[in-house]
Design a protein around this ligand. Structure first.
Ligand code: ZN
Length: 405
């Protein structure tokens, strides 16, 4: 598996079947094993932002060992674990927490992904002098990771933002996308995983079927409707449903290339402003949400036609990327357009999402991928064209096409 930003496989095993075992979840807080916490606060864009720390000239995700917190803050986590165990309606009164998994690095019997140690790219604060102690439970072992939304906990915010948990280094809510895109791959994967759950929990306070209060259960990974037996709740009565669990919204994202590979289709979306000084505009792949009742291939062909007027065929699924803003799963595809005087004709008047769409020589795009600033050279047809940032799946698709992969 290749690294993909927000989706890199690490040594973190989600052990998802243990989330519903509240004895296990409680042991992560009150047991002797090492538990590490990441923190989030609700941001100005109605989502949750990670708590970051500036250290060694970089913005890093703040990761703190639970045991290093003062007793009154450990008590906040203990209360959460107790209420999680009781399925109490007050479970998120002060914090909202989600159990993310066990880091199996160094475990006697790692079950998954052991070759890429999660913590190799993290900056962990509060390490005890004794090193780590793995939690051990029913044959599973590792260092536990939790994501915690501290928006309502003034005492946790006071402590963390004063730098008390991070050796005095400044901790702050990371609202800037640029800070997040500076994460290492493992760090980005841990961040995106926690953020998607906490965003979902923040947005879902009441049952969509009946309006009753919902309770996070299973260490924050599902929501339970509190309606009584005499209330008719269409969510609760359905044996299979998708509203009690977090959603991932599938998005097709497609690199479009001529059948002979010589031309690549890129578009500039109206939503992205040109650089006010240089006039450089970002040109990227075609993307759109999948709709009910269509395959990935059909959705790709539909989106290409709606946004560019071109008629594609031969769609291949290449890779995928979780995109935690807030909950997309990008499905990366490459589609070919057979040039015949009709299929390749550009028409941006269908859904008017694009300001401009162009067929560009694939060789020129290859040159751009090899340039520092990802911008086309003046005097070429790629002049004032910038490719999307390297961490995006759009870039990876464009690069694969350009390099004939
Ligand atoms: Zn309900």
């Amino acid at each position: 598996m290749s690294d993909i930003y927000f989706g890199t496989s690490t040594s973190l095993n989600r052990v998802s079947f243990l989330r519903s075992d509240s004895k296990f979840v409680s042991s992560l807080i009150s047991g002797t094993g090492t538990t590490r916490l990441t923190f989030y606060v609700q941001g100005d864009k109605n989502d949750v932002a990670p708590v970051l720390v500036d250290t060694e000239g970089k913005s890093k995700l703040l990761v703190v060992e639970l045991a290093s917190l003062p007793a009154h803050l450990i008590a906040v986590l203990e209360q959460w674990a107790e209420r999680n165990d009781q399925s109490s309606v007050d479970v998120r009164e002060e914090i909202t927490a989600v159990f993310l998994g066990l880091d199996e690095t160094g475990a006697e019997r790692p079950h998954l992904f052991s070759s890429n140690p999660l913590d190799s790219q993290l900056r962990v604060f509060g390490n005890s002098a004794k090193g780590i102690t793995r939690h051990r439970y029913n044959g599973y072992e590792g260092v536990a990771y939790l994501a915690v939304d501290i928006t309502r906990s003034q005492q946790l915010k006071d402590y963390l933002f004063a730098g008390s948990a991070s050796d005095g280094a400044k901790a702050y809510p990371g609202h800037s996308m640029m800070s997040i895109l500076g994460f290492e791959y493992n760090e980005a994967a841990l961040f995106g995983y926690g953020k998607t759950y906490l965003d979902w929990l923040m947005r879902n306070q009441r049952c969509p079927g009946c309006g009753s209060v919902v309770i996070p259960q299973d260490a924050g990974t599902r929501l339970y409707c509190t309606s009584g037996p005499d209330q008719s709740c269409p969510v609760k009565r359905t044996s299979v449903n998708n509203v009690c669990f977090p959603r991932s919204d599938p998005v097709v994202i497609i690199g479009v290339v001529s059948a002979d590979g010589s031309k690549t289709l890129l578009g500039h979306n109206r939503r992205h402003a040109a650089d006010p000084v240089t006039g450089v505009r970002m040109f990227s792949t075609i993307a759109g949400f999948m709709e009910p009742g269509e395959t990935i291939e059909e959705a790709s062909i539909r989106e290409i036609w709606e946004e560019t007027g071109c008629k594609a065929s031969a769609v291949k699924i290449i890779n995928s990327q979780p995109w935690p803003f807030p909950a997309s799963l990008m499905i990366g595809c490459v589609a070919e357009v057979e040039f015949n005087g009709v299929n390749e004709v550009i028409n941006i008047e269908h859904d008017k999402e694009m300001e401009e769409v162009k067929w560009i020589d694939t060789a020129l795009i290859k040159d751009i991928t090899e340039s520092e600033d990802l911008t086309g050279k003046d005097g070429t047809e790629a002049e004032k064209i910038r490719l999307p940032f390297r961490q995006s799946i759009a870039y990876s698709l464009i690069s694969k096409i350009a390099h004939g992969e």
